[in-house]
Design a protein around this ligand. Structure first.
Ligand code: 13P
Ligand code: ZN
Length: 295
C-alpha cells in the first residue's frame, strides 16, 4: 500500500479534482491544507515510507500547531494533476515543537515546497484552535471567478458582502450565518496577508481576498468545499442578475433573513465591528447595498 492509497489522502485528492472541475484552479491557482488525526499519522508512520526532509522556517510563528501533521498542496503544482501524480503535487508536513519550522515527511518527490500560502493556512488553522474551534481541520483557498468579480462590484466591507450574499439565495444565511470577512487587495504569500486573514478567521469561516480569491475553513473537506461552492453560487446569481441588466433590489430582505434564522435555528452575524469601507478605490458603480435594511 502506498501513502496516497490511505483514505484521507484519497479524500484530499478527490477534493482537488472537484475544485479543478469547478474551474476554480487555473494553472497552479489555489491551495489546500488538512490537519491529520493522530490515527492518520500512525497509519502513515506504519507504512514506513516517510523520509524526513530538513527543517525549514514557516515564516510565521504558530506555536499551537507544534507537532501537528498536515497534508498540503505544493507550490506551483496544478490541482488538475493531483489525481494522477499525488506524490509529485502533495506533501505531508510535520510542524516542529516550537511552531516555527516544518519538514516534509512525504510527497513532492520531484522537489519543491509546500504552497506559498502556507503562512496563511497555518495561521488560520492556529486561530481556529486558539478560539476553541478544534474541529476545524481544513483550510481551502481557491480562485472562483464570480467571487473575484464580486470584489469589483462591492466595497471590501464584511457587512456589505455578507448581507448582499445572504440576500441572493435562501441557503446562504444558513450555510454561513457568521458572515464573510473581506480583505482589500494585498500581496499574496506575504506575512501581512497571513496575519490579516487569520484575524478575520477568528470571526468568520470565509475570507475573500479582493481581486484574488477566497479562503474557507471547515471541519472536513466537504464542509470547506461546500462553503466555497455556496459563496460562489450566490456571487454568480448576483453577477448574472446585474449582467442581465437587472438590479438586486428584490433580494431577500433582512426581515426575511430573520425568518430564515428562526426556521433554521441559526443566528446571523449582527456585529460586524467596523462600519467603514476598508479600501474605497474598489467600490464600483454597481454597488447599491440598501441602507436602512441593515437592522
Ligand atoms: P501556490 O502554487 O504557491 O499554492 O500559489 C497559488 C496561489 O493561489 C497563491 O495565492
Ligand atoms: Zn491564490
Amino acid at each position: 500500500m502506498k501513502i496516497y492509497d490511505l483514505s484521507f489522502i484519497q479524500a484530499f485528492m478527490y477534493s482537488c479534482q472537484d475544485g479543478w472541475q469547478q474551474n476554480w484552479h487555473e494553472r497552479n491557482g489555489g491551495n489546500l491544507s488538512y490537519r491529520m488525526t493522530d490515527e492518520e499519522v500512525r497509519q502513515v508512520l506504519c507504512l514506513n515510507q516517510t523520509a524526513p526532509g530538513a527543517w525549514t522556517p514557516i515564516g510565521v510563528s504558530v506555536p499551537l500547531l507544534a507537532g501537528q501533521w498536515y497534508v498540503v498542496t505544493g507550490s506551483g503544482k496544478y490541482f488538475r494533476h493531483v489525481q494522477h501524480a499525488p506524490e509529485d503535487c502533495l506533501a505531508i508536513i510535520e510542524i516542529d515543537g516550537k511552531g516555527e519550522n516544518y519538514r516534509i515527511r512525504w510527497g513532492l518527490v520531484h522537489g519543491g515546497r509546500p504552497t506559498s500560502e502556507l503562512p496563511s493556512h497555518l495561521m488560520n488553522h492556529e486561530v481556529k484552535q486558539r478560539i476553541g474551534q478544534t474541529d476545524i481541520r481544513v483550510i481551502y483557498h481557491s480562485h472562483p471567478a464570480n467571487t473575484i468579480a464580486l470584489s469589483f462590484l462591492l466595497p471590501p466591507d464584511d457587512e456589505v458582502f455578507s448581507k448582499t450574499l445572504w440576500g441572493m439565495i435562501s441557503e446562504c444565511v444558513v450555510v454561513f450565518p457568521d458572515g464573510i470577512g473581506v480583505l482589500p487587495w494585498m500581496v499574496p504569500g506575504s506575512r501581512e496577508i497571513a496575519e490579516a486573514t487569520s484575524e478575520l478567521m477568528s470571526k468568520y469561516d470565509v475570507v475573500i481576498w479582493c481581486q484574488h480569491g477566497i479562503f474557507c475553513a471547515g471541519k472536513d473537506l466537504d464542509t470547506a468545499f461546500g462553503l466555497t461552492h455556496t459563496v460562489e453560487k450566490a456571487a454568480e446569481i448576483f453577477i448574472k442578475v446585474r449582467s442581465a441588466g437587472g438590479n438586486t433590489d428584490n433580494a431577500i430582505s433582512m426581515e426575511n433573513i430573520h425568518r430564515l434564522e428562526k426556521a433554521f435555528l441559526v443566528k446571523a452575524q449582527d456585529d460586524f465591528g467596523h462600519r467603514q469601507v476598508r479600501d474605497i478605490h474598489t467600490a464600483g458603480e454597481g454597488y447599491s447595498f440598501r441602507k436602512g435594511e441593515e437592522d
